[in-house]
Design a protein around this ligand. Structure first.
Ligand SMILES: [Zn+2]
Length: 260
């Protein structure tokens, strides 16, 4: 029986919300180097939460946004992150084919959302997420390459990974650390994942990141008192740029007249 990822929408909705719940755990615990496997506690009264209160989105709605024990307000960010993760996970499920490849992208989206949120808040991309992100993507893409005889694509993906991370390393040195080493490590995964599709996709991810970075960076200079020295984390732009490649790659192909 051939069951494609896109045949299991109901399962993906449940999984997307569960992954979203995992993202909120990563965002809360990775920056402080806390353990990931322990029961959730109310941040206000520290009471251990009941299993049913931990159900993504539904738990929040059943509790009407308040802790069962101390009645403290539960931040709206938890259900919002869960819904955002669910929405983003549906992209590879609906756009891509093959379990290995879809799972590689789901991995990128789950850890990528956690990385983007941590980078926005703490201005860093912890190795504890960027390293597993790369290792899991490499494992899943290797699985796809072997299962579907796509070894040539895996070769281009590995070239893409090195090319893109060397580019970010160059920007890191040229900007004297303005672009962090976390961005260089993240670029390794982005080059791998997009290179597995095509070189044009690697370019589309990078153009997207720099375009978003300049527009939002200039916007921040205009509307706020931000100066050119204000550090704007670049990780979120890299992750959004990569996420948008199914829509942006065609423009890069037509602008550069690739494939003709
Ligand atoms: Zn409480």
């Amino acid at each position: 029986m051939h069951l494609a990822p896109s045949n299991l929408i109901g399962t993906w909705i449940a999984l997307g919300l569960a992954f979203g719940s995992f993202v909120t755990v990563l965002v809360a615990r990775v920056p402080g180097r806390q353990g990931l496997v322990s029961f959730s506690h109310c941040p206000s009264c520290n009471h251990a939460l009941a299993a049913k209160d931990n159900i993504p989105v539904i738990g929040f709605l059943l509790l009407r946004g308040k802790c069962r024990y101390c009645k403290a307000k539960i931040s709206l960010r938890y259900p919002l992150i869960e819904l955002l993760t669910l929405a983003c996970v549906m992209m590879p499920v609906l756009k891509f084919e093959g379990w290995w490849f879809v799972l590689a992208w789901v991995n990128f989206i789950v850890l990528g959302i956690a990385l983007a949120l941590i980078d926005l808040e703490h201005h860093r991309l912890p190795d504890r997420l960027t390293v597993p992100l790369f290792v899991i993507c490499l494992f899943l893409l290797t699985g796809d390459a072997i299962a579907n005889d796509h070894l040539h694509r895996l070769t281009i993906a590995i070239i893409g990974a090195f090319a893109l991370s060397f580019f970010y390393l160059f920007v890191n040195v040229a900007s004297r650390g303005g672009m962090g080493m976390g961005d260089v490590k993240l670029a390794l995964t982005i080059g791998l994942l997009t290179g597995y599709i095509s070189f044009a996709t690697v370019l589309a991810a990078s153009f997207g990141a720099f375009l978003l970075g300049s527009v939002i960076g200039i916007g921040m200079l205009v509307v706020s008192s931000a100066t050119r020295k204000t550090a704007v984390p670049f990780g979120p732009f890299m992750i959004i740029g990569t996420f948008l490649t199914p829509w942006t790659t065609q423009y890069v192909v037509s602008i550069l007249n690739l494939g003709h």
